[in-house]
Ligand binder design. Sequence first.
Ligand code: TRP
Length: 467
Amino acid sequence: MSSKFSKIGFVLAVAGSAVGLGNAWKFPTLVGQNGGSAFVLLYLILTLGVGFVIFLAELSIGKLSEKDPVNAYKNLAPSHKKAWSIAGFSIIGAIMIVSFYSVVIGWVVKYFIDSFGIWGFLEGSNSLFSFRNLTSDLALSEANFTHFLSEDILTQMLCFIFVFFFIFFVVSKGIKDGIEKLNVWMMPTLFILLVLLLIYAAFIHEGFVGALEFLFVPDFSKLSGDSVLIALGLAFFSLSLGVGTIITYSASLPDSTNFITSTLWIIFINILIGLMMGLIVFTFIFAYGGDPSASGPGLIFISLVTLFAKLGVVGNVLALAFFISLFFAGVTSAVSMIEPFTFYLINSFGMSRKKALVYIGIVVFILGTLCVLSSAKATSFTLFDKSFFDVLDFTSSNLIMPLSGICAAIFVGFVLKKEALIILFKPFMSGIYFEIWYIFLRFISPLAVVVVMINNFYPIEKMLAWF
Ligand code: TRP
């Protein structure tokens, strides 16, 4: 490998990958629905017991081979090289995710533009684009969002194309000059913006106290068997495991980096930003009587924007800060989904980075466009009864990610020589700590992932009900 991350570049790039749109609506909503801090505690245990363990397995594969996932498995496997290299093709999952993920970042761009609040002259007109001022009327806000998704292919495509070129441009510059540079200025800026938003929120006394209670007061009665599985799925998704990102970034890990403390930092930053976003979103929701149980996109693109609109010009400024933060969080994740396949094409076919990105770009562009079209009314279509969006999401999150996580655990736990791992880990984690990790890696983590996977297809609570 010609270019490696700097130490801080590695931490920020992996944190940039982990911190994404998921932190803004997945994390806060799930915490709220599953009993506040009781769920945070559960999530923390599973992140350390399973997420951290598999993260280190993927990191070992990347660091020991310094290759993309496909070639990493091929190079490291002592036998059955071809068969193992199939596990590396989980990088296809990253291409699926980036295709719909960029469409959603496009929605963020649309609301960022709306937040300028200068589109009054478009109101009610038959303008080509659906840029609108944010409105404090909840029904209208909902109508605007629905209109944007189901009627306005043009604006959605425009925003998607902007995001598309932005992320491909960054990846075309490579690890050091593209991805590292992007993360080194975006991640601290994201953090500062969130701190400022949080300070503002802290002054909205009632809302802030409500949000604190919602997120932190443990309500163990809301914790069910399902919560455990949800927390584990979230731990996996939010650490960007299972689609080759960690393997790929670890191939550019500088030798002297203490990757144990780096990983713990990444996990800490990821949870901290999830909680900050949660506090910000729920403060506004509680202060102005929004619906805290509205989940996912509705929470942000419908409820939250009406609350910003109530605050006049201040609201515009807050909305701009909030959506640019989300944009940063999303973009740093998106670039980390493109890099694995790019690195594979470079290694396996000797392609130039630019050429590899043209091929990948064509695929992502087509898949992204299909996402936009499948949810628009005039061009809607479904596959296996799901929108194209959901097909990509379901296949990547419920099939590819867990399978590839299990493969990584088995490969590092049973196929790679223990001595090689001991040498790799020695400067940073040895003795009993290493042994504990090794046992978790071989037995506990893969089993936990298998259980989550089964549950995604056959909800275990339902099965238990049979008895
Ligand atoms: N962790 C990201 C988030 O929370 C999403 C994500 C899932 C991801 N899998 C990934 C990002 C793989 C990069 C690579 O939004």
